[in-house]
Design a protein around this ligand. Sequence first.
Ligand code: SF4
Ligand code: SF4
Ligand code: FES
Length: 262
Amino acid sequence: MTKSTQDNKPIMVGDRTIPPPDARFITISIMGQPYEVPETLTILKAMEYAGYQFKRGCGCRGGICGACGTFYRIEGDHTLRTGLACQTVVEPGMILAQVPFFPSNRAPDLDLDTKTPADEQIATLYPEIFRCVGCGTCTRTCPMDIDVMGYIAYFKRGDIKGGAEKSFDCIMCGLCASRCPANISQFNVAMTARRITGARLTPRSEVTAARAEQVRSGRYEPMLAELCEMSAEDLKTLYVEREREPDLAKPGEWMPKDQTKL
Ligand code: SF4
Ligand code: SF4
Ligand code: FES
């Protein structure tokens, strides 16, 4: 049974779901139930328009957090498609289900101080990567257009840093893992590789280490205490009137006149 447009109320607060007055209504199926929704909405907003309230499966609403992975088919088309509910606009005949969480294999107790070479560490933690059959389903599934099969291939041949860089845009939606015939949780392998790369394969930044030492020394505690004592109005003035880096300043060349708080 199709729910009538009168049954559906524009119910949103905050990120408001207000369709344009002349929006055309289309029928989509959400979790097996048909609804009529304005054609201009994203899946996320269409679901809210239909009365769903998100407690899981929604976070940033901006394509960054990976919480809103969605599977769908278009009626009459055999292709199973994927997308982020906050980024994908509804289509007539869309039959969809959200996958806010997908069970995945995540290696526990990552030892970042080990002397084991990084490639061996990944191979030991995730031996299933060698079962990859090169089908490319993960790459076709990824809503971020990441070459998932490609980064798994990097890990298989021991290039942990290369795979970490190739997977950098991953938002951990889990859609790739949900379709892998080799049961690989690609995004967790990649996250582990990025952690290993950051901790073991990247030169230490002396500037960052020096700054961290300054923070640990308590140098900024009195300044923070002073800020905490200020009124909201004074804080606002301080923020607005702060000395700012010019837009076209070359990196590393500009310094504020008052350097007492650096
Ligand atoms: S879906 Fe799995 S088996 Fe297929 S290419 Fe991706 S990682 Fe390999
Ligand atoms: S690599 Fe996998 S988990 Fe990461 S964004 Fe792509 S589909 Fe999502
Ligand atoms: S809600 Fe964060 S990616 Fe969609």
